[in-house]
Write a protein that binds this ligand. Structure first.
Ligand SMILES: Cc1cc2nc3c(=O)[nH]c(=O)nc-3n(C[C@H](O)[C@H](O)[C@H](O)COP(=O)(O)O)c2cc1C
Length: 189
C-alpha cells in the first residue's frame, strides 16, 4: 500500500507538515509506505489557458503542454494507492502552490487518458488554519470540490486550526491507519 502525500506548504517543520506526519505515522504503523512532496519546492507553473477559448491539449489529449514538474507528480499520483492533499489555509482557501497544481489536474482529467490512475482513487484532504484559526472549514469545502472535479474518491477532508491541531493529531494517525484499508480502483479485482 503506497500513499503519496502532497503538501501545499513549504515548511517541513510547520503545522501542515505536522498534520501530514501524523497520517504518515498511522500509515507506517500498518505497514503502509508514504512519500511526501512539498509543492513549493517543485516547479509548477500556472495554467496558460492555451487557446482563445481557454482550453488546450488538456482537453484533447489529457495532458499539459507545460514542461515542468507537473507530469512527474501526476505520474506519482497514478502509481499511488491513495493520495493525501495537505494545505495550509490561506485566506480561507488552498495555498497558491496546491491551487496551481489542482487547477491543471482538473483540466487533464476532463479527458479519458488524463483520468487514468486518478478516477476513483481514494483521496484525503487536510486543511490547517495556523494563524487566527479561521477558514479551515471553508478551505475544506474548496478542496473537496476540486478533488471531486478531478474524479478522486474523496474519503474525508479534515479542517484543523492552530488551536485544535494537537487534539486532532491522534485522529489523523488513526485515519492514516484506516487509509491502508482503502482500496485503489487498480487493486480491485
Ligand atoms: C497569505 C496567507 C494567508 C493566511 N490566511 C489564513 C487564514 O485565513 N486563516 C488562518 O487561520 N491562518 C491563515 N494564515 C496562516 C496559515 O494558515 C499558517 O501560516 C499555516 O497554517 C502555517 O502552515 P505551515 O506551518 O505548514 O506553513 C495565512 C497565512 C498566509 C501566508
Amino acid at each position: 500500500m503506497k500513499t503519496l502525500i502532497i503538501l501545499g506548504s513549504r515548511n517541513p517543520k510547520g503545522q501542515t507538515a505536522r498534520a501530514a506526519r501524523a497520517v504518515f505515522e498511522g500509515l507506517a504503523s500498518e505497514g503502509g509506505k508514504g512519500e511526501k512532496v512539498f509543492l513549493p519546492q517543485k516547479k509548477i507553473e500556472l495554467c496558460r489557458q492555451c487557446d482563445i477559448n481557454g482550453w488546450g491539449i488538456c482537453r484533447t489529449e489529457g495532458r499539459c503542454v507545460i514542461e515542468d514538474d507537473f507530469s512527474l507528480l501526476v505520474g506519482k499520483i497514478r502509481k499511488a494507492d491513495t493520495v493525501v492533499f495537505a494545505t495550509p489555509v490561506y485566506f480561507s482557501d488552498l495555498s497558491e502552490s496546491l491551487c496551481a497544481f489542482l487547477d491543471r489536474l482538473r483540466r487533464i482529467t476532463r479527458h479519458e487518458s488524463g483520468k487514468r490512475g486518478i478516477s476513483d482513487k481514494p483521496a484525503l484532504g487536510i486543511c490547517v488554519a495556523g494563524g487566527g484559526g479561521r477558514g479551515a472549514p471553508a478551505c475544506a469545502v474548496s478542496l473537496e470540490k476540486v478533488l471531486n472535479i478531478c474524479g478522486f474518491n474523496v474519503v474525508d477532508v479534515i479542517p484543523i486550526s492552530r488551536q485544535n491541531l494537537d487534539v486532532k493529531l491522534s485522529a489523523l494517525e488513526a485515519i492514516g491507519k484506516w487509509l491502508t484499508t482503502c482500496e485503489s480502483p487498480e487493486s480491485k479485482p
